[in-house]
Structure formats: C-alpha cells, structure tokens
Design a protein around this ligand. Sequence first.
Ligand SMILES: COc1cccc2onc(N)c12
Length: 119
Amino acid sequence: CGIEAPCTTKEDEPNLTLVFKSILNQVRNHSASWPFLKPVDKNEVPDYYDYIPYPMDLKTIGERLKKGYYIGKKLFIADMIRIFTNCRTYNSAETEYYKCANQLEKFFNTKIRESGLGE
Ligand SMILES: COc1cccc2onc(N)c12
C-alpha cells in the first residue's frame, strides 16, 4: 500500500501486528538475543538506569505489541533499535553484550528487509 498503489480494502493492508509478531519471535529465538529478553535488572546492574534514560527490551516490545501500541512500522523499528543503541551506550565495544547487539541488529535489519517493511 502506498500513494502509487493505495489499499483498496482493509484486507489489502498488510496485517502489521502479524508481521511484527513474526519478526519479534525470530529475533527472540536468535542466539544473540539472551541479554535483551527482559529489562536489565537494577539489582544486577545498579548504575544502568543512571546512563540509560529510555530502557527497552524484547519482553516490553511483546507487551506493547499485545496492547496494539505499534500502529506503524516506525514505532516498532524505533523500540527495537533502542535495544541495540542502549546496549552500545552502556557497554564498551569489546564486551559480549556489545557484540550481541551488533549481531542481533544485523539479523533484525535482514528480517525488516525480507518482510518488505524496509524503505
Ligand atoms: C543481562 O543484560 C545486561 C547485563 C548487564 C549490562 C547490560 O547492558 N545491556 C544489557 N542487555 C545488559
């Protein structure tokens, strides 16, 4: 759907929630997703929230998806990218976390392209 080919009916509109759900599940199942499955635990990492004002994780994205928060692709992509940028802000480049963020972002970008959500 777009200006050149407007959606004729509701059915034509790609069911974005299904697409986001599929991408989220594939990202969650990736071997590099383990640091990002749930919010960083303040007890484990006491200063994390001093450096990261807008935390994000895959569990939170799943909850937002269920609530219908992602009415467009930009909101979904922004939350996912925030996971990676937060991780690269808090962790230095040689850490396992930083490497997981880069690997997972590469995988995510591929899924976005494959799904046709990319530009
Ligand atoms: C378990 O995840 C962590 C533990 C400790 C520091 C962290 O920065 N970014 C993370 N995802 C992270």
